[in-house]
Design a protein around this ligand. Structure first.
Ligand code: 2AM
Ligand code: CA
Ligand code: CA
Ligand code: CA
Length: 282
């Protein structure tokens, strides 16, 4: 049972308002980026807008919940190891942990390719209880609360009905970690390209998950992700009737970095393909 959180507003309302305000601002900065820097590699970008949006969200959350902990992508040193360590530390810090990705799909944002979102999750004792994903371009607000379902602008979301991989359209990712994650993803992508109706790689893990929740995609696979890419989207998928595990079938928890999220019906078939292709690692 989730205890009531004391505050002037419900945490769900705060998550929605923060995602909405940050999303509007991000949209207004399209084409007006002041600063683009690389992090780990030439594929790993960050802009002044990523940083500004994260600060905006942090301030809004802390106004209402000053004793909650916050883990945000742009406040963590780059790299897989630093990200995993930051999560471990943040989990120790407080019962309530907000997990934020201010812009998921920064490469798209920089390109002006309209597929990116704000992702905000709240975990209680390590379990995600609220997930909000906002796409400011289409003005779509995806909201999930543990045990209470998932919605896009008030309409319940439901995963797709496809029960065969061959009839399914899946999302995959060309993870920017070229040395470790990309080779694994490429094995999976090659195997899946031959077994599915089609694949999409639109460049936002969180929005891919929201689309699985909404039945627009039947599944999503990628290794090399971080907690803030997945937390909100995983709850959306689960609350929409789907299944979220790691690539070998262990249930999702906030430390998972190798992800399979589906409508449930094609889950085992997808895991089997990844296993045969040796595409489960990282
Ligand atoms: P981002 O836009 O927030 O950085 C695209 O495959 C996905 O990978 C996006 O969700 C993107 O999130 C994420 N991503 C970008 N750089 C990454 C990195 N260095 N390691 C892991 N994931 C990354
Ligand atoms: Ca990033
Ligand atoms: Ca991200
Ligand atoms: Ca980001």
């Amino acid at each position: 049972k989730i205890p009531y959180v004391v505050g002037s507003k419900s945490p769900t309302a705060v998550a929605i308002n923060s995602a909405s305000k940050a999303g509007e601002w991000i949209k207004s900065r399209l084409g007006l980026i002041k600063e683009i820097n690389t992090k780990c590699s030439p594929q790993d970008l960050v802009t002044d807008v990523d940083k500004g949006a994260e600060l905006m969200i942090r301030k809004l959350i802390l106004t209402h919940f000053p004793d909650h902990a916050i883990l945000g992508e742009e406040s963590v040193d780059p790299g897989a190891e630093a990200s995993a360590n930051a999560l471990t530390e943040a989990k120790k810090e407080a019962e309530y942990l907000w997990i934020i990705d201010p812009i998921d799909g920064t490469t798209n944002f920089v390109q002006g390719y309209p597929f990116f979102c704000v992702s905000i999750a709240l975990a209680y004792r390590g379990e995600v209880i609220i997930g909000v994903i906002y796409d400011p371009i289409r003005d779509e607000m995806f909201v999930a609360e543990k045990g209470k379902g998932a919605y896009v602008h008030g309409n319940p979301t439901r995963v797709s009905r496809d029960d065969k991989l061959a009839d399914s359209v899946l999302a995959v990712g060309f993870n920017p970690d070229r040395e470790v994650a990309l080779p694994v993803n490429m094995k999976g992508i090659t195997a899946l390209s031959d077994r599915t109706r089609s694949l999409r790689a639109a460049g936002s893990a969180a929005l891919h998950l929201a689309y699985v929740a909404a039945g627009r995609l039947s599944g999503y696979y990628e290794v090399g992700l971080n907690a803030w890419d997945i937390a909100a989207g995983a709850l959306l998928v689960k609350e929409s009737g789907g299944i979220v595990t790691d690539t070998v079938g262990n249930p999702y928890d906030i430390g998972v970095r190798r992800l399979v999220a589906t409508n449930g019906k094609i889950h085992q078939e997808l895991l089997d393909v990844l296993k045969t292709a040796e595409a489960t690692g990282v």
